[in-house]
Design a binder for this molecule. Structure first.
Ligand code: KIV
Length: 289
C-alpha cells in the first residue's frame, strides 16, 4: 500500500533539547487519525500534536471549544497507532483541566494511559500555570501554549495576533516564563510578532515552537489540513500551503463518478475470477434447480 520507510530512532525530550542547543529547528505538525499519522511519520517530523484544532478540521465544529475529552481521545489513539518515532502530544480540550489540579491530572492521565501520549498540552498562563505545575509534579510532561490561545479566543478579542504592544508582549513573556518555572518541557507560541519571539527565546531553556510567531522560534508547528490544503475555508495569515490536496481529492472523486457513470470502472483487471472450470459448473448447478 505504501513505500517502505526505514524505522527512525524515537525522538526524546533530550533530543529536542539538543536540537535547540545546536540551533537545529524542530519540526512539529498536527495529525488527527491513522493515515495522517502515517504520513507525518513517513515525512520524518520530530513532534506530532493531536491538536484540539481537530474540532474544526475533522469534526466540523466552528471553534475548538465544543470538542470533548472522549472525542479527542478517540482521535489521539488512532494517531498513536500510526506513529513510531515522533513525540506524541495530546491536547487537553477546553473544560477538561481548568477547574482544578485534580481534574487536570485525571484528564491528562487518560491521554497518557489510554492514548499513549508522551506529553499533554494546555493553554494560557494565569491559573493554567498552577495546573501545569500539578501535572509536572504528577509525573506528566507538559507543553504550555501562550499568545493566541484559541480555547479562550473570545476573551482575547477574537482570533488575532497577541503581544503587539510592549505591555501586551511582556504579558506573553511573563506567561511563558511562569510556565517554564512550573516545569513545562516545551512551549507553543501562537500568533505573536516575531520581535516578541526574538525577545522570548533567549529567556527560556525549553524549546519554543512557533505558529505565526516568526522564524526566531526553536521550531515550527502547522495544522496538517492547513499546510496540505485539505481545508475548505480561509487560513490564517501565517499558513503556507505546501500542497492542494482538497482540489486533488475532489478531482479524484469526480473522475471516479464519471467512470462509474460511464461504465468505465471497474475494468476486468479490478475484479476476481472463479477457479478454472467453476463458472461452467455453477451454470450447471443453476440449470438443475
Ligand atoms: O490545536 C492545535 O492544533 C494547536 C496548534 C495550532 C498549536 O494548538
Amino acid at each position: 500500500m505504501s513505500a517502505h520507510v526505514a524505522p527512525r530512532t524515537r525522538i526524546t525530550l533530550a533530543a529536542l533539547a539538543a536540537k535547540k542547543a545546536a540551533g537545529e529547528p524542530i519540526v512539529m505538525v498536527t495529525a488527527y487519525d491513522h493515515p495522517s499519522a502515517q504520513i507525518v511519520e513517513a515525512a520524518g517530523v520530530d513532534v506530532v500534536l493531536v491538536g484540539d484544532s481537530a474540532a474544526m478540521t475533522v469534526l466540523g465544529y466552528d471553534s475548538t471549544v465544543p470538542v470533548t475529552t472522549d472525542e479527542m481521545l478517540m482521535l489521539t489513539k488512532a494517531v498513536r497507532r500510526g506513529l513510531a518515532a515522533p513525540l506524541l502530544v495530546g491536547d487537553l480540550p477546553f473544560g477538561s483541566y481548568e477547574a482544578s489540579d485534580e481534574l487536570a491530572i485525571a484528564t491528562a492521565q487518560r491521554f497518557i494511559k489510554e492514548a499513549g501520549c508522551d506529553l499533554v498540552k494546555i493553554e494560557r498562563g494565569g491559573t493554567t500555570v498552577d495546573r501545569a505545575r500539578a501535572l509536572v509534579q504528577a509525573g506528566i510532561p507538559v507543553v504550555g501554549h501562550v499568545g493566541l490561545t484559541p480555547q479562550t479566543a473570545t476573551a482575547l478579542g477574537g482570533y488575532r495576533a497577541q503581544g503587539r504592544t510592549a505591555e501586551a508582549a511582556l504579558a506573553v513573556i511573563d506567561d511563558a516564563l511562569a510556565l517554564q518555572d512550573a516545569g513545562c518541557s516545551m512551549l507553543v507560541v501562537e500568533a505573536v510578532p516575531s520581535e516578541v519571539t526574538a525577545a522570548l527565546v533567549p529567556l527560556l531553556d525549553i524549546p519554543v515552537i512557533g505558529i505565526g510567531a516568526g522564524a526566531e522560534a526553536d521550531g515550527q508547528v502547522l495544522v496538517f489540513h492547513d499546510l496540505l490544503g485539505l481545508y475548505d475555508g480561509g487560513a490564517a495569515k501565517f499558513v503556507k500551503r505546501y500542497a492542494e490536496l482538497r482540489t486533488a481529492a475532489i478531482r479524484g472523486v469526480e473522475d471516479y463518478a464519471v467512470e462509474v457513470r460511464g461504465g468505465v470502472y471497474p475494468a476486468p483487471e479490478h475484479g476476481y475470477s472463479m477457479t478454472e472450470g467453476e463458472a461452467t459448473r455453477l451454470q450447471e448447478l443453476l440449470a438443475r434447480r
